[in-house]
Design a binder for this molecule. Structure first.
Ligand code: HEC
Ligand code: CU
Length: 357
């Protein structure tokens, strides 16, 4: 830009600040080194839990590609901002000086529009292909219905002997067999997520939402509700058990023919302490069972002296009378889940062990 042009833009010739120009090659060098370090760090960090499904591999690769593509963008912007602030800052005595007046730079603008556009279209296409790939229907798919409610998951399987669906509170899956989940919600939004499988989707009341995975590694993996669904949201967890085909068949048969837990059937009475530890301890503190949940009242304190019948009502119908200072988040279906005998055993157990308080 010539001197004449410059004096057009201003009233008088303004001398240029001595520090208004900097070596862009130096900036580029810093940017490249910082990008390489950033990418190396991004790839080294172990972001995810162990991968237990076929779908995990392409998804984890997608993640790595996104790191490689986005770290240089972040680093580039940060380096230019910091470099400029450092190099072009005003020094003592430069208060009245100015940089070169520039109108614009068409070539630069074309470049900085084109590069992000190409990057975005490329990454979106790639992500779309991965999504299509992991959602593909496969032969020999098993169907599992997943029902979320405040604050528990229940799983339903086709009954191997015909008849009513088999119900379970632990998700069992045979290894290497594709499974299609149908998600349902009884009350509010929930979100069915097994981090080890990498897939997650919302369960929405009134809608059947589906997704597919093929578990490929035996083991036990946490199931998490990933949609804030109420006060007990953090307790809405379950376990996914990936096991051999034979073990899975065994599980399904047992679940299809549960041993009736009533003393009338000749079996032993259910163990209240055990029932409490596995169903209630996540929300209630009870010294005798060694639990320390805090979403519900501390039962040692509130139950001392209460009779069995009243406790039984609190368990079977928790919404009937809600304890002061707590909201009504306790599940209302324990009678169905544990059987009348299970609730009896719990009430007797609780009345007994809180007598001292
Ligand atoms: C999701 C958390 C949660 C779970 C799981 C849960 N509760 Fe509760 N429970 C609560 C809350 C909150 C209250 C207080 C509000 C109310 O009374 O409904 C409560 C109240 C109670 C009360 C009444 C206390 C009183 O002072 O009247 C009893 C008894 C009780 N629970 C027993 C159980 C038993 C037994 C189980 C397991 C079968 C269980 N709870 C599972 C959250 C839970
Ligand atoms: Cu939930």
């Amino acid at each position: 830009m010539g001197l004449e042009e410059r004096s057009l833009a201003q009233t008088g010739p303004t001398p240029e600040r001595p520090h208004a120009r900097a070596d862009w090659k130096q900036m580029l060098g810093i940017g490249i080194v910082a990008s390489i370090l950033g990418i190396a760090l991004g790839l080294l960090i172990d972001w995810f839990p162990v991968a237990a499904s076929e779908e995990a591999k392409p998804i984890d690769t997608l993640w790595d590609v996104l790191i490689i593509a986005s770290v240089p963008v972040f680093v580039g912007v940060s380096v230019i901002v910091m470099f400029s602030a450092l190099k072009f800052r005003m020094r003592e005595g430069e208060e009245d000086l100015d940089g070169p007046p520039i109108h614009g730079n068409t070539r630069l603008e074309v470049i900085w529009t084109a590069i992000p556009a190409i990057l975005l279209v490329g990454l979106c296409t790639y992500a779309f292909i991965v999504l299509e790939d992991v959602e593909k229907a496969q032969a020999n798919t098993m169907e599992v219905r997943v029902v979320g409610e405040q604050f528990a998951w229940t799983f339903f399987y086709a009954n191997p002997n015909g008849g009513e669906q088999v119900r379970a509170t632990e998700l069992h899956l045979p290894v290497n067999r594709p499974v299609k989940f149908t998600l349902q919600a009884k009350d509010v939004l929930h979100d069915f997520w097994v981090p080890a499988f990498r897939m997650k989707k919302d369960a929405v009341p009134g809608i059947n939402v589906t997704y597919r995975v093929t578990p490929n590694r035996e083991g036990r993996y946490p199931i998490v509700c990933a949609e804030l669904c109420g006060l007990g949201h953090s307790t809405m967890r379950a376990t996914a058990v990936v096991e051999s085909e034979a073990k899975f068949e065994e599980f399904l048969q047992t679940a299809a023919n549960p041993p009736t837990p009533t003393p009338a059937a000749g079996g032993e009475a259910p163990d209240g302490k055990q029932l409490f530890a596995s169903n209630c301890g996540s929300c209630h503190t009870l010294a005798d069972a060694g639990t320390n949940g805090s979403a519900g009242p501390k039962l040692d304190e509130v139950l001392g002296g209460m009779d069995v019948a009243a406790i039984r009502t609190s368990i079977a119908d928790p919404g009937a009378e809600v304890v002061d200072g707590f909201s009504n988040i306790m599940p209302g279906d324990y009678e169905q889940k544990l059987g009348a005998a299970g609730v009896d055993a719990l009430a007797e157990y609780l009345s007994e062990v809180t007598k001292g308080g």
